[in-house]
Design a protein around this ligand. Structure first.
Ligand code: URA
Length: 231
């Protein structure tokens, strides 16, 4: 059984027990599944991408034109994690290719990073929510194993998280992005501990010029940390 199939089964069990109503509120459970390929060490980014493209674990598969697994360097210094595909990404099957993506590329270039050399770019959810609404908790849960498989395979030196939705999802918090950004935390994922920094989403920067300065401060922090690790 693949990790994605196990995640679907667990989601189904959770939904079924919620439907049956056990009479008390149970804390939300967190899962990380090891698929047979992962356990056997034969897991690959291509396999994750193929699983994403054929995924039907939640309602978002129905309206998608293309699922968007992610792209970039296979041994990245930085893994950039955004929220989910928009219209342009749904059209092309590639992450961050619209206006926000073009700004993201410029922001990365300003600190010596690019998706063609030293970054991998992915999203928390891999299919476009209708009208670009926030992903719903069951959609995020259905997609979670894809991102954790990617993080395990890529083992990036740093994670740069773009925007509120991605930061809140990864850090399992409802704190506003203004309080999550601007500092490093360690992101724990399946035995890995990866320095993690969040910043404003490039589309927020396109809407509000005032956010550009703090976002630039975040990028400079990341650049300094990269320089330190490479000494
Ligand atoms: N916004 C995101 O969060 N991700 C994309 O891929 C595109 C826009």
């Amino acid at each position: 059984m693949t990790a994605a199939e196990k995640a679907t089964l667990a989601l189904f069990v959770d939904l079924a027990s919620a439907q049956l109503g056990s009479g008390y509120a149970e804390a939300k459970r967190e899962y990380h599944f090891t698929g047979d390929a992962e356990a056997a060490g034969t897991e690959s980014l291509e396999q994750v991408a193929a699983d994403v493209r054929s995924c039907e674990h939640c309602r978002l598969c129905k309206a998608r034109k293309n699922a968007v697994p992610g792209e970039g360097a296979s041994s990245p210094l930085v893994m950039v994690i955004g929220e989910g595909p928009g219209a342009d990404e749904d059209e092309t099957g590639r992450p961050f290719v619209g206006r926000a993506g073009q700004l993201l590329d410029k922001m990365l270039a300003a600190i010596g990073l690019s998706r063609t050399s030293n970054c991998f770019i992915a999203n928390v959810i891999k299919c476009r929510p209708p009208g670009n609404r926030d992903p719903q908790p069951d959609e995020t849960a259905a997609c979670a194993s894809f991102l954790s498989r990617q993080i395990q395979l890529l083992s990036p030196r740093f994670i740069l998280c773009a925007g509120r939705v991605a930061a809140q999802t990864l850090l399992q918090t409802t704190e506003p992005i203004g309080r999550l950004r601007g500092k490093f935390t360690d992101y724990q994922a399946g035995g890995l501990s990866i320095p993690f920094i969040a910043t404003y989403h490039p589309s927020a920067l396109l809407r509000d010029e005032k956010l550009k300065r703090p976002a630039w401060e975040d990028l400079k922090l990341l650049r300094s940390a990269l320089d330190e690790t490479m000494q």
